[in-house]
Design a protein around this ligand. Structure first.
Ligand code: UDP
Length: 316
């Protein structure tokens, strides 16, 4: 008789957040049992409410900097918990540093105890205001530890160092994804990031707040593309960091015009001071993801924006 294949179990810290909750949905669709842990500081139960009563899903409201106890076998730990918008981590610098350090320590401890594979959601911010363009995984970065972004950048850099230490010392199977700017439904309307800021301003026909002259660049990846890349990374055999993002780069001023066009808004542009240490340019080099994971983004900016705008129309 064929042996019945058991469902793998995944634990997702930050599972009620923007990306965490999309990962929850995608793993449930792939047949995983999923335990989401979140303290709801920047996450929201609205993002997982549709899963209430689903026997494949369990939610634990907890701060992941505290000891994690789970009375079940675990196959995969996906560590996504952290404030991730510059406005959020400026307001919560100590919590940001704690979740990147103590929270990563607890999540790695859980993975070690359960003999589970661990994936760290790291960030393009590990490259700081980059002096290498586009950014390859070999680049060590240009980070101001004591600047306003230092709390986030250094907590993620520490998290990477701790992840690698657990791999070397305790032989935990680890994966590190460096996530570049990502957008889509379930971003918080007021999280301060450029996508929800511009879309909500445009939908209200209010001026779009471009910081500086809008000459700084970003490259935006749609959330479903990102989650697919991260899933492939977890299931791959590489313990090196891998950039996941969309290499299509544009200036923030160009992006503001895209949003005005896509929403059909009458908004104009207004200019505000450029925040300190705002990276001047950012574009992922995704050669490694293309080669190792056979992954690249599929959703065009037009299509991704249309889906995101649809979501925000119901919220503003
Ligand atoms: N930005 C802007 N207006 C806003 C919010 C952000 O011009 O209302 C700019 C910000 O200065 C940065 C870029 O948009 O250069 C992306 O900002 P975001 O906060 O989304 O993320 P970051 O990539 O800086 O982490």
């Amino acid at each position: 008789m064929e042996k019945k294949k058991t469902m793998p179990t995944s634990v997702i810290t930050g599972g009620a957040g923007f990306l965490g909750s999309h990962l929850v949905d995608s793993l449930i669709a792939r047949g995983h049992k999923v335990v989401a842990i979140d303290n709801l500081v920047t996450g929201s139960v609205d993002n997982i409410a549709h899963l209430a009563g689903n026997p494949q899903f369990k939610f634990i409201e907890q701060d992941v900097t505290e000891y994690l106890f789970l009375d079940m076998p675990v196959d995969y730990v996906w560590h996504f918990a952290s404030p991730a918008s510059p406005v959020d981590y400026l307001e919560l610098p100590i919590q940001t540093l704690k979740v990147g350090s103590l929270g990563t320590h607890k999540a790695l401890g859980l993975a070690m105890q359960k003999k589970a594979r661990f994936l760290l959601a790291s960030t393009s911010e590990t490259y700081g205001d980059p002096l290498v363009h586009p950014q390859t995984e070999e680049y060590w970065g240009n980070v101001n530890a004591i600047g306003p972004r230092g709390c986030y950048d250094e907590s993620k850099r520490f998290a990477e160092a701790l992840t690698v230490a657990y791999h070397r010392e305790h032989k935990v199977e680890t994966r590190i994804v460096r996530i570049f700017n990502t957008y889509g439904p379930r971003m918080r309307l007021r999280d301060g990031r450029v996508v929800p800021a511009f879309i909500s301003q445009a939908l209200k026909n209010k001026p779009l707040t471009v910081f500086g002259k809008g000459e700084q660049t970003r490259s935006f990846c749609y959330c479903s593309d990102l989650i697919e890349g991260i899933y492939r990374l977890m299931m791959s055999e590489t313990d090196h960091p891998v950039n996941i993002g969309n290499p299509q780069e544009q200036t923030i001023l160009q992006f503001a015009h895209e949003i005005i066009k896509a929403t059909g808004s009458r908004s104009r542009i207004t200019y505000k001071p450029l925040p300190q240490d705002d990276p001047r340019q950012r574009q992922p080099d995704i050669t490694r993801a293309r080669t190792i994971l056979k992954w690249e983004p599929r959703v065009s900016l037009d299509e991704g924006l249309a889906r995101t705008i649809e979501y925000f129309r119901g919220k503003v």
